[in-house]
Design a protein around this ligand. Structure first.
Ligand SMILES: C[S@@+](CC[C@H](N)C(=O)[O-])C[C@H]1O[C@@H](n2cnc3c(N)ncnc32)[C@H](O)[C@@H]1O
Length: 262
């Protein structure tokens, strides 16, 4: 199982659901019991909890991430595998996940479990990592991010670009797809820089960010040490431009929101 750090999840989810319009087909206002599968540190679970009058439960296979979720929220969480959920049939009226299916060797098995434990809706919010767009005032950043992304996509063992194919998995599990839409998560960095933006630049300059993907980059046959050195140099350029208030970066990650009915 691929492991995630709380810092990575904080960084990738920051500001993601400032607008929740793309979640309207989940009908959160009328849910009684929602299961967030692969809840991690509870990024989505907290949002669901704020938007529904019902109860939210989180499940994840990583007990360390669940410990962080428990520090951050009172939402009940339980350790469990997405492909063998520790819930009875029809226990909830919405089973949902965010960035889970792309990390599973057998995402179809998880979708079948979602359909078993929900008596109404099933939803998945999954990114298409092959369609991420980055533009930056640091030229090397655009080029290196593309290079690293392509190597990562080649080296990762699961289908991290499946976003727009989730509907096929739903149909194969006997669900009726009732809505699908693309939510473009846009992240802007511009002056005055926020604390997280400065931390992110420091992570580029130190090589901490790229180290999260070392295994996949090596598996793709990339020269990791060379890539890391170029990445750190690019990070230092970013930090320098920030010092002159000249740095600007825009990233868009497309997430497919797929909703099915049991
Ligand atoms: C990219 S993170 C997403 C976390 C959270 N949903 C979010 O959007 O911030 C993927 C999560 O899926 C969990 N996960 C991976 N394989 C799993 C499995 N077989 N069963 C349950 N959880 C799993 C990981 O531990 C991690 O928390």
């Amino acid at each position: 199982m691929r492991e995630f750090t709380p810092e990575y999840l904080d960084h990738t989810r920051r500001g993601m659901w400032e607008s929740t319009a793309a979640l309207s087909p989940l009908d959160l206002g009328s849910r009684e019991r929602i299961l967030d599968v692969g809840c991690g540190t509870g990024e989505l679970a907290r949002l669901l909890d704020a938007e529904t009058p019902g109860e939210v439960i989180g499940v994840d296979a990583d007990t360390e991430l669940l410990a962080v979720a428990r520090e951050r929220t009172d939402i009940p969480t339980v350790a469990g595998d997405a492909t063998r959920l520790p819930l009875r049939d029809d226990a909830v009226d919405l089973a949902v996940c965010q960035a889970l299916l792309i990390n599973l060797p057998d995402p179809a098995a998880a979708v079948r479990e979602f359909a078993r434990v929900s008596d109404d809706l099933v939803a998945a919010i999954e990114p298409n990592n092959a369609a991420v767009e980055v533009s930056s005032t640091v030229d090397a950043e655009e080029r290196l991010e593309r290079e690293v992304r392509e190597a990562y996509l080649a080296g990762v063992e699961t289908d991290v670009a499946m976003g727009d194919r989730v509907a096929d998995l739903f149909e194969a599990a006997g669900l009726t797809v009732v809505d699908r839409r693309t939510y473009r998560h846009e992240k802007l960095v511009e002056p005055p820089y926020s604390e997280p933006a400065m931390e992110s630049a420091a992570r580029k300059a130190s090589g901490a960010g790229i180290a999260e993907h070392e295994r996949e980059l090596r598996a793709a046959g990339a020269d990791y040490d060379e890539l890391r050195a170029a990445w750190r140099e690019m990070g230092r350029e970013v930090v320098d431009e920030m010092g002159e208030a000249a740095y600007r970066r825009r990233e868009v990650v497309p997430f497919e929101v797929t909703v099915g009915r049991v």
